[in-house]
Design a protein around this ligand. Structure first.
Ligand SMILES: [Zn+2]
Length: 597
């Protein structure tokens, strides 16, 4: 049976490629812990004395062990995704977490001893031909070396972790327990923040405006405590940065992402230069909605009315758009469906959203969907298979350790795959409402990822600067910063309501991973640049792009995109991405006006 003949309700995960059952998984976990401890007993304290061949043997052994670990972890994670409240799945998840921690502890010596080597000894090993498949990741690990403190100091810092997490937990709880009384048409009911935010995508303007007002009224009494949690975390991070010797508060994130400070600044500066692109769209959108000026609540109001897409249609769109670009990608897409590695429909107890998870060099990735026949679900399917094809090609060519990229590059193939499917759809769809909705959605998603996430990163930079100047991050000060940075983006193209000053207060990234958000801008912009190269010369582009996917995380982002003639440190490169974005804006404008007639 081919993938298009399968009915959506029959396409469910078959987990037998991972493990045959919970009892089997427990036995395998126990054996794997022993294997890790045995490996550690053979190598602990010996890394400095290994030659290239012996070091390679160790790296291969751990690479295999980590794939076994991944297989068992994915098994237990997917069981939980299928049935969040099932006792057996929860027991197995707890058991798995504990065993995974034991394995991690057993193998922690490896990273520590590698970083502890002096430079000459490390270079000697890195120069050996046998170590080549691991070289890049090993070098990246050693870049941390100047910022690592003594063992006793690191232990003391680790011991503070629960206190730091307590601030994060306080913030999370304050946000997640917020319930605001709101009438969405069925009488007044308590609403969470995400429920209120979901009304911003409704066609009914009254409900959008009221949802925004209710959200900020609900947040207002909580902002003092939310600011106190943020202030404590920023203060803590800054004092540890000083101990470690980081030059600026963004540096740890940039190093993790393998991007230099210059690259990130060039990207953010080009983004700010391009604000007029967004404002032109917001002004056009006001016209389309019959308004003089947009309010914040109108920003994501729907444009055009999209038709429904059944599952076989979605499969056909992804299959055909991938085939047209590179048949190998479509082959991977179909083989994942046929292997039972895709779970399509929502069901009670099944996890929400969508994701793709890689397993190992010998097992295809698994994809979770919650397909409800909306246009957006088609894009999501393409997105997840952008990840899946990346995983498969990278694992074909790289070691396990080298296959995975950092967050900014990881979202490039998924965004690119979405663009392939969107373009295919725009060329083949005849319904004007669907075409308008697709073009507007695509543009507004790009705006949200590029412009808004950069506003967030700038807000963070200024908050860290104030705090390191000895000023506290009180709610009022954060309100001012927030309004100021958002004002630079929206200009006079949109009216921000007074309550929007509290917009900073519920954003989890600020609390959990500083400067996380620019990775979204990076991925969107690099995907736009690659798409531009593709449109310029499709034939030359596709093989180079497959090579990029196959390279996985074996090189830095700058080196990965260099074959496309992209210099990420140059602001000119990023300006080119905005030329592409402006073309998308024009398309959206044209299609939306046509649909409105
Ligand atoms: Zn993704």
């Amino acid at each position: 049976m081919t993938s298009t003949e399968l009915r959506a309700e029959d396409i469910r995960w078959d987990l037998t490629d991972l493990c045959s059952g919970a009892d089997e998984a427990r036995a395998e976990w126990t054996a794997l812990v022993e294997r890790a401890q045995e490996l550690a007993s053979r190598y602990r304290g010996r890394i400095a004395s290994l030659d290239g061949t012996a070091f390679r043997t160790l790296l291969d052994e751990t690479d295999e062990l980590e794939q076994e670990l991944s297989r068992l972890q994915v098994y237990s994670y997917l069981r939980l995704s299928m049935a969040a409240t099932e006792v057996e799945a929860n027991d197995l998840a707890t058991f798995s977490r504990d065993r995974a921690a034991e394995i991690e502890n057993a193998l922690v010596f490896l990273g520590l001893e590698w970083i502890a080597l002096d430079d000459d000894r490390a270079e000697e090993l890195l120069a050996s031909a046998e170590v080549a498949p691991y070289e890049h990741k090993l070098r990246v690990e050693r870049e941390e070396k100047p910022y690592v403190l003594t063992e006793a100091e690191e232990q003391a810092l680790n011991a503070r972790r629960p206190t730091v997490s307590a601030w994060q937990a306080l913030h999370d709880r304050h946000v997640s327990t917020l319930e605001v009384p709101f009438d969405a048409g069925e009488g007044v009911q308590p609403h969470t923040i995400s429920q209120l935010l979901s009304y911003l995508y409704r066609p009914d303007r009254d409900i959008r405006l009221r949802a925004v007002t209710a959200l900020y009224e609900g947040l207002a009494p909580r902002t003092d405590v939310l600011a106190a949690a943020y202030d404590a975390l920023v203060g803590d991070r800054l004092s540890i940065d000083r101990l470690r010797g980081y030059a600026n508060p963004m540096q740890p994130t940039n190093m993790n992402n393998e991007l230099d400070d210059e690259t990130v600044e060039a990207m953010m500066a080009a983004t700010e230069e391009a604000h007029p692109i967004a404002r032109k769209w917001l002004q056009a959108k006001a016209g389309l909605l019959g308004l003089d000026k947009l309010e914040l609540a109108d920003q994501y109001a729907p444009i055009g009315e999209a038709r429904a897409f059944n599952w076989p249609e979605a499969v056909e769109i992804v299959d055909s758009s991938f085939t047209r670009f590179a048949p190998r990608l479509a082959e991977i897409f179909r083989s994942c469906i046929e292997a039972g590695h895709v779970d399509v429909l929502p069901r009670p107890g099944k996890a929400a959203g969508a994701y793709c998870t890689s397993v190992s060099k010998t097992i295809l990735p698994y994809v979770l969907m919650n397909y409800t026949e909306r246009l957006r679900d088609v894009s999501t399917l393409a997105h997840e298979f952008g990840h899946a094809t990346h995983n498969v090609l990278a694992l074909e060519q790289q070691t396990w350790r080298s296959h995975r990229t950092g967050i900014p590059m990881a979202e490039v193939p998924s965004t690119f795959a979405q663009a392939l499917a969107d373009d295919y759809l725009l060329q083949n769809e005849t319904d004007p409402g669907t075409r308008a909705a697709l073009a507007a959605d695509r543009l507004e998603n790009a705006f949200a990822a590029i412009f808004r996430q950069t506003v967030l990163a700038r807000f963070e930079q200024r908050a860290y600067a104030l705090r390191s100047d000895g000023r506290s991050l009180a709610a009022e000060r954060l309100n001012e910063l927030w309004v100021d940075e958002n004002g630079k983006y929206y200009g006079d193209a949109l009216v921000m309501p007074e309550g929007y000053a509290y917009g900073w207060s519920y954003i989890p990234h600020f609390i959990h991973v500083r400067f996380y958000t620019y990775a979204y801008s990076f991925a969107q912009l690099v995907a736009l640049l690659l798409y531009r190269r593709y449109r310029q010369d499709a034939e030359a582009f596709a093989p180079k792009y497959l090579a990029l996917l196959g390279a996985g995380g074996s090189a830095s982002p700058a080196d990965l995109v260099a074959p496309f003639g992209l210099d990420l440190r140059s602001i000119e490169t990023w300006r080119e991405a905005f030329a592409e974005l402006d073309a998308l804006r024009e398309d959206a404008d044209t299609l939306a006006s046509q649909a409105a007639q």
